[in-house]
Design a protein. Structure first.
Ligand SMILES: CSC[C@H]1O[C@H](OP(=O)(O)O)[C@H](O)[C@@H]1O
Length: 320
């Protein structure tokens, strides 16, 4: 298994080194964070993205605040305000603040969160792999891979473990407009590892399902509520509706740090990002000046459309 690690803590120089995912797939470059402000920037500008990866990075951002004697409360607020939907960000920051309030080292707690995330994602793959059959064609959305976590991924961990258990699978990655995480990140991550992957435009998924070309769908998550409403990348809900119509199993893979047992659906802030993500592709304007756009980054899939949720402890069947 080619171990893609997007988050590296450099103990020697007290800095956080991140794969700059804005540069993929053309360049594998790194962004070095020396302050918590640097980390906040990387989360907002999606140098690092993906619910677990955002949480781990924010934890190290707090460690940088501690190392440099910065105002811890200010660092907490700055990092907390980077992105509103992925609950892992708040889970990690609150865990760091709990440790700090108890007089523990923030850096040591951040390292624990990082190490736990690696093991959690590995377990999700081990547990979820049994849902994949030899010969399956599996559609995935956005990037819920090692690039969204500390290693392995969530949805892509299931796919990796199926592949390494000698199941002959074919992955279909839809491109995932507007940021194209599927085309740029999932296709990079799987081809880098030799896992068969094809990319499709988002609007092709329904046609492939109607032709019986998709056996299963597996996606990640940014926030799962206690009633199993799933917040994930925009377009997930559309896939879930299509999957229901075509009787295609729809799986969600996520660690328990993505669960939010407090909020109701109406409490969750669905991130809206800048218009330029929709009006431009790779720096080229594609929409006429003066024409408005929507750019919701996430949507919500109700539990009745979810076949199963794969975690590091168990498989949850919301409708059984
Ligand atoms: C393993 S969680 C990945 C999750 O995060 C992504 O969002 P973004 O790329 O905007 O951070 C997407 O929703 C993925 O499913």
């Amino acid at each position: 298994m080619k171990d893609l690690r997007p988050i590296i803590w450099d103990d020697e120089n007290n800095q956080l080194i991140l794969i700059d995912q804005r540069k993929l797939p053309h360049k594998l470059e790194y962004f070095t964070c020396k302050t918590y402000e640097d980390v906040a920037y990387t989360i907002k500008d999606m140098v690092v993205r993906g619910a677990p990866a955002i949480g781990v990075s924010a934890a190290y951002g707090m460690a940088l605040a501690e190392i440099h004697g910065a105002d811890i409360e200010k660092a907490y607020k700055t990092l907390k305000n980077t992105r509103p939907t992925a609950v892992n960000l708040f889970w990690a920051l609150n865990r760091i603040m709990d440790a700090y309030d108890k007089g523990k080292s923030i850096l040591e707690e951040a390292k624990k969160i990082h190490e736990e995330d690696i093991e959690t994602c590995r377990k999700i793959g081990e547990i979820g792999e049994k849902l994949i059959d030899d010969g399956d064609t599996i559609l995935t959305h956005c990037n819920a891979g090692a690039l969204a976590c500390s290693a392995y991924g969530t949805a892509l961990s299931v796919i990796r473990f199926a592949f390494y258990n000698n199941k002959k699978i074919q992955v279909i990655a839809d491109e995932t407009r507007p940021r194209l995480q599927g085309a740029k990140l999932t296709a990079f991550e799987l081809s880098y590892e030799g896992i068969p992957v094809k990319v499709i435009p988002d609007n092709m998924a329904g046609y492939l399902m109607s032709k019986g070309m998709i056996d299963k769908i597996i996606v990640g998550a940014d926030r799962i509520l206690s009633d199993y409403h799933v917040f994930n990348k925009i377009g997930t809900y559309s896939l879930a509706v299509l999957a229901k119509h075509h009787n295609v199993p729809f799986y969600v893979a996520a660690p328990y740090s993505t669960f939010d047992f407090e909020s109701g659906v109406e409490d969750v802030v669905v991130e809206e990002r800048g218009e330029e993500e929709v009006t431009y592709i790779d720096g080229v304007r594609i929409i006429p000046e003066g024409v408005g756009v929507y750019n919701y980054a996430f949507d919500c899939t109700p539990p009745e459309l979810v076949t199963a949720i794969i975690t590091e402890k168990d498989i949850i069947y919301p409708n059984e």
